[in-house]
Design a protein around this ligand. Structure first.
Ligand code: PLP
Length: 399
């Protein structure tokens, strides 16, 4: 029997201190020691299983972290207060002044802004490349390059990274392959495909309730020890620590992720096929017409489908806005950024989540002003939803 990512989550067994079927929540910022010597050893990083101070680690954060590491098949992980808290910490841990990063040019707007505007202040430079062109990726690598960075399914264009091929390049040049897997949890397992470090914004599908911000870095014990090091660990020193109460609530939501992902994927596949058959320009990795459909197919854990994200291009921002307002008015979803909610969320990335990217660069990467990004919800009757959506498209002149 082959264990799959969701099986690992389901297999984890933790009990609360009074036999509760959920682990107890550690509601403390600091921890007592019976001996002063143990406190000293803990500071030195030599007292396994001892807790010191909750910015360093806490039992609740470790429970969530172990579940996420099990899901991604890495030795361990470090949870953080946000996805950006995970991304910035790991990049700062891996790079020093003078180092270089090769990154996909279609990435989350915040990550793009960090690499484009912030890290150059520390003399860490980034080359942005078309991640689907392995030739461009390899050509951008220099003797200073330390990190190859991408998203398994990119935001917002839904380009699919060939993680296996990228990992061959990364190994050849001794780079760390860092993959943000926020758009495709369970569907894609980057570690199995050769990635070194996997990041998630827990804010999205993994928590799935749009009630909190959170993040995680999954990797080796050595990486996580380094991130938490009291002397030079980026997670420890930047301080984007998740709160224990939140870690406990995210862990409970994680347990239903496999059911939710199947429904998100099935609904998105249905809508994508229908939109495409109406002649609307539709991008969804599950469609044969998607340029990287076969790459996704080769990499995927089939039962979880092609994910819940799709885009359509309705031509102009005016039409996009009119359509989104009307769909919200008909209660078909919310005009909101973010993703992974039970309700469909839609936004026009060019003027919202990707507005950090200058207009000319948006154009170059194919991010058109009429693009609408959908995070397809858990609708029980997606056919009914589609009928209403196509009626909205007719009334704003998209069809
Ligand atoms: C939202 C998002 C992030 C940032 O995560 P936060 O939890 O908002 O800090 C990073 N990467 C991707 C792909 C995202 O969608």
């Amino acid at each position: 029997m082959i264990m799959k990512p969701a099986d690992f989550i389901q297999d984890l067994q933790y009990f609360g201190e009074f036999g509760g079927i959920n682990p107890s929540i550690s509601d403390s910022s600091t921890y007592t020691f019976l001996s002063a010597k143990t406190m000293f050893d803990t500071f030195e990083g030599n007292a396994d299983g001892c807790y010191l101070y909750s910015r360093h680690s806490s039992p609740s954060n470790l429970y969530l972290g172990e579940a996420l590491a099990a899901m991604e098949g890495t030795e361990t992980s470090n949870v953080s207060a946000s996805g950006m808290g995970a991304i910035t910490a790991v990049l700062m841990q891996l790079c020093a002044a003078g180092d270089h990063i090769v990154s996909s040019r279609t990435i989350y707007g915040g990550t793009y802004a960090f690499l484009k505007n912030f890290t150059p202040k520390l003399n860490i430079k980034t080359s942005f490349v078309d991640i689907t062109s392995l030739k461009s990726v390899e050509a951008a690598i220099t003797s200073q390059t330390k990190v190859l960075y991408c998203e398994s399914v990119s935001n917002p264009l839904l380009e699919v990274a060939d993680i296996e091929a990228l990992s061959v390049i990364a190994k050849k040049h001794n780079l760390q392959l860092v993959v943000d897997n926020t758009f495709s949890p369970l569907s894609i397992s980057p570690k199995q495909l050769g990635a070194d470090i996997i990041i998630h914004s827990l804010t999205k599908f993994i928590n799935g309730a749009s009630d909190t911000i959170g993040g995680v870095v999954c990797g080796t014990q050595e990486l996580v020890d380094n991130l938490r090091n009291v002397n030079d660990g980026a997670a420890m020193l930047f301080g984007a620590t998740m709160d224990s109460l939140r870690a406990a609530s995210i862990l409970k939501n994680l347990r239903t992720l496999h059911i939710r992902m199947k429904q998100h994927s099935a609904n998105a596949m249905y809508l994508a096929k229908q939109f495409e058959s109406l002649g609307v320009k539709t991008v969804y990795p599950g469609l044969d017409t998607h340029p990287s459909h076969n790459v996704f197919k080769r990499q995927m854990n089939t039962e979880f489908g092609y994910g819940g994200m799709l885009t359509i291009d309705v031509g102009t921002l005016e039409k996009a806005n009119a359509l989104m307002e009307l769909m919200q008015g008909k209660n078909l979803g919310y005009l909101a950024v973010s993703l992974g909610f039970y309700k469909t969320l839609f936004s026009a990335p060019g003027s919202s989540t990707s507005s950090e990217i200058p207009e000319d660069e948006q154009k170059e990467m194919g991010l058109s002003p009429g693009l609408i990004r959908f995070s397809v919800g858990l609708d029980n009757d997606i056919k009914r939803t589609f009928k209403s959506m196509s009626a909205c498209m007719k009334s704003v002149g998209v069809l």
